[in-house]
Design a protein around this ligand. Structure first.
Ligand code: KG4
Ligand code: ZN
Length: 331
């Protein structure tokens, strides 16, 4: 089955052609204009999607060597995400589906992140335990099959990616700061400062990252910006360690308590090199199988949307023109 995927839930305009688990093309156009504002400006994001989506789609088709007539379906993200941004991709997909007489497949972005793993590792045997860590979500999910989930824990405030990005803002780093902190932290000392871990009273599987961010804010405020500039590598290393450690503690606690010994990482923060190192070591120690998506399928992309769309196609779960974009779509 060959699926064209479209993704426009936030600040990446993306299109990809995927045949089963093989990615034939994967085009991502990242909107750099938000850097100036230190975060995504929704109105600008939807305008950029409007400008780029046709080119991105054309390029994905061209690079795949597949003609439009050979496609078995058009998959698009229907949520969660920014309403205006979602509408661009979804409306564009509807237009393609109706004019080309192709099945329209509505995809949950979170499912897309999980299914990204199948592109690298082939179909992973169910059930598995997934840690989804992105700019919008931090969730521990037991995955019984596609469409059958139990959310065990999640963040009660900021997502892990937000903790990186907001921390970066305090340190005057460019948005999104996750990949920058990852790089800078490699030269720093993790033990330079002890930041609080993301504990939530009486909720042992949930995360909270807002206290961590506040703790960094006051550290920089009290010690001064010059001090922060001088110790940037060490601050980043210690701050990143607090995020990775909190994720590790809760995720592996859940794993030890469950009967599932297959672990799957998903989302932009799964690209973090320290997280991958720590999680691999921890999994090896306990004898779990652990899967990470390759770096290009961690952050937002349309190959994962096409792959999740394939599951909808297999279930004959076709959408029609009444399909709505849902900004707070749940798993
Ligand atoms: O999955 P994603 O592309 O978008 C959402 O669905 O939110 O995740 C984006 C998030 C951003 O917060 C970004 O800073 C973070 O993933 N991120 C990273 C790394 N690469 C991306 N965080 C830490 N280390 C990285 N290498
Ligand atoms: Zn995402």
């Amino acid at each position: 089955m060959i699926i064209l995927g479209l993704e426009s839930s936030c600040d990446e305009t993306a299109a990809a052609v995927v045949e089963d688990n093989n990615v034939l093309s994967n085009i991502v156009s990242s909107q750099l204009l938000h850097q100036e504002y230190g975060g995504v400006v929704p109105e600008f994001a939807s305008r950029e999607h409007m400008k780029n989506i046709n080119f991105v789609m054309q390029e994905a088709l061209q690079n795949s060597g597949i003609g439009f007539s050979e496609l078995d379906g058009i998959a698009a993200t229907r949520g969660p995400g920014l309403m205006g941004s979602l509408l661009v991709g979804l409306s564009f997909a509807k237009g393609l589906a109706i004019s080309g007489k192709k099945p329209l497949l509505g995809v949950n972005h979170i499912e897309g992140h999980i299914m990204a793993n199948f592109l690298d590792h082939g179909d992973i045997e169910y059930p598995f335990l997934c840690l989804l860590v992105s700019g919008g979500h931090t969730m521990i999910i037991e995955v019984f099959s596609h469409g059958e989930y139990k959310v065990i824990g999640q963040s009660v405030d900021d997502a892990a990616g937000e903790a990186f990005d907001k921390g970066g803002k305090i340190l005057h780093l460019t948005y999104p700061a996750g990949p920058i902190i990852d790089k800078i932290a490699r030269k720093g000392d993790k033990k330079f400062h002890h930041f609080p871990r993301a504990e939530v009273k009486n909720r042992e599987y949930d995360f909270s990252f807002s206290g961590l961010k506040t703790s960094l804010y006051y550290l920089v405020k009290n010690k001064g910006r010059k001090w922060a500039e001088k110790n940037m590598n060490d601050i980043c290393a210690a701050y990143q360690e607090a995020i990775v450690d909190a994720l590790k503690i809760k995720f592996f606690k859940t794993a030890h308590e469950s009967k599932v010994n297959r672990l799957v990482l998903a989302g932009g923060v799964a690209a973090n090199s320290r997280l991958r190192e720590v999680f691999q070591r921890e999994a090896d120690k306990a004898g779990y199988q652990i899967f990470f998506p390759s770096l290009e399928y961690c952050t937002d992309n349309a190959a994962m949307i096409a792959r999740a769309g394939l599951e909808e196609l297999k279930k004959d779960n076709y959408a029609d023109m009444s399909l709505q974009a849902v900004p707070n779509l749940k798993l």
